[in-house]
Design a protein around this ligand. Structure first.
Ligand code: FA5
Length: 338
């Protein structure tokens, strides 16, 4: 037994792998291992009671010793494997970056506009992109034969519905549903059959706004536009207001922004230094009537922010086509990670 014990200690010392320790366990404690064989080969019939007792006791001690030593060796190998792995870890190596999503510049601009308008008591509503001719045109004083239809040619579906050309399609839809007084904006995607250039896309975003209440005047409209622009650009920007014709407002205006890309000198995006950004005006009495509102009692203003162009001005994007191109490098440049 003493010999087995010494051999076991020696074997464990020279083991260099966990597999070798396992083999030692089999060699000593396995079914045919030396300790098991010793136990089986003992001829108890030739031993006195005292000898049997002493043999059994020492055999048990040997078994316990072998089991404990082998377990300790297994644990030691496990620990050293973990240590080896930890040593392989280079904490100074650059990490493997995980690509995070980023919001599109138009989405960021829309969210900001929504925040600013909500702060001024406007509700945010979203109308359908597939619209009826009635809400998109007829209810806005643009019957089928009106020349204004030429300015907003669109995509027609087989069922006489159309892809909306402007978010103004929400004006009468909303007035019919909620009545007056009301203060709401309608950001969303619009579609036009359009020759594409640096400032025109066939798919772009607008943000319509509508205020109907008692005694609403052009002064309210201008004050609202100024507040919005200063909050979105966080600095003073130069704008100009000029007459504009839209059959659904009277009077109607074009609010142009002095181009932030060229500083007003003129560039391929703006042309003459001014970029058409927010057409607006007082809502035409006939439109109010279509919405079920009495124009003698209520008046209101409406505006249609060119949301895509606003994003271009805000982020300094020179060509509108970058925004729909689907190249993630566009997002990564202009947006903060979310
Ligand atoms: C309209 O769409 C009117 N519905 C706006 C309006 C609303 C007037 C309420 C009065 C009262 P317009 O076609 O000009 O108007 O378009 C409005 C804005 O949308 C433009 O100033 C421009 O910034 C943007 N826009 C128009 N067409 C395109 C286009 N093809 N690509 C990108 N932006 C466009």
């Amino acid at each position: 037994m003493q010999e087995i014990k010494e051999r076991l200690v020696q074997d464990l010392k020279s083991a260099t792998t966990a597999e070798q320790v396992e083999q030692i366990r089999v060699d000593y404690l396995g079914r045919k291992g030396s300790i098991t064989t010793l136990a089986k080969s003992a001829d108890f019939s030739k031993m006195s009671v005292e000898e049997k007792k002493s043999f059994g006791q020492r055999l048990n001690e040997l078994k316990n010793f072998a089991t404990a030593e082998i377990s300790a060796a297994v644990e030691a190998f496990k620990a050293s494997a973990i240590r080896r792995k930890t040593n392989d870890l280079d904490l100074t190596a650059p990490g493997k970056g995980r690509r995070l999503g980023a919001l599109h510049p138009i989405t960021l601009t829309q969210m900001e506009l929504e925040d600013v308008f909500q702060g001024m008591g406007f509700s945010v509503l979203y109308g359908p992109e597939v619209e009826s001719e009635y809400f998109c045109f007829e209810a806005l004083n643009i019957p089928g034969d009106h020349p204004a239809r030429d300015m907003q040619d669109t995509f027609w579906l087989k069922n006489q519905l159309i892809l909306r050309t402007h978010t103004s399609a929400n004006q009468v839809r909303t007035l019919q549903r909620f009545g007056a007084p009301i203060r709401a904006i309608f950001p969303g995607r619009c579609f036009r059959y359009e020759a594409v250039d640096p400032s025109h896309e066939n798919t772009f975003y607008q943000c319509e706004g509508l205020v109907v209440d008692k005694n609403i005047s052009v002064a309210n409209l201008i004050a609202t536009m100024k507040t919005i622009l200063s909050q979105v650009f966080k600095r003073d920007v130069k704008v100009r207001l000029r007459p504009g014709y839209f059959p659904f407002v009277e009077p109607g205006f074009e609010l142009d922004l002095n181009c932030l890309l060229c500083g007003g000198k003129g560039c391929p995006t703006c042309g003459d230094g001014w970029i058409e950004l927010i057409p607006c005006g007082l809502i035409h009495p006939e439109v109010l009537r279509h919405g079920g509102i009495d124009p003698k009692e209520y008046s209101g203003f409406a505006f249609g922010v060119g949301l895509t162009r606003l994003a271009m001005m805000k982020f300094g994007i020179k060509d509108i086509r970058y925004l729909n191109c689907g190249d993630l490098r566009v997002n990564e440049q202009f947006t903060t990670l979310v």
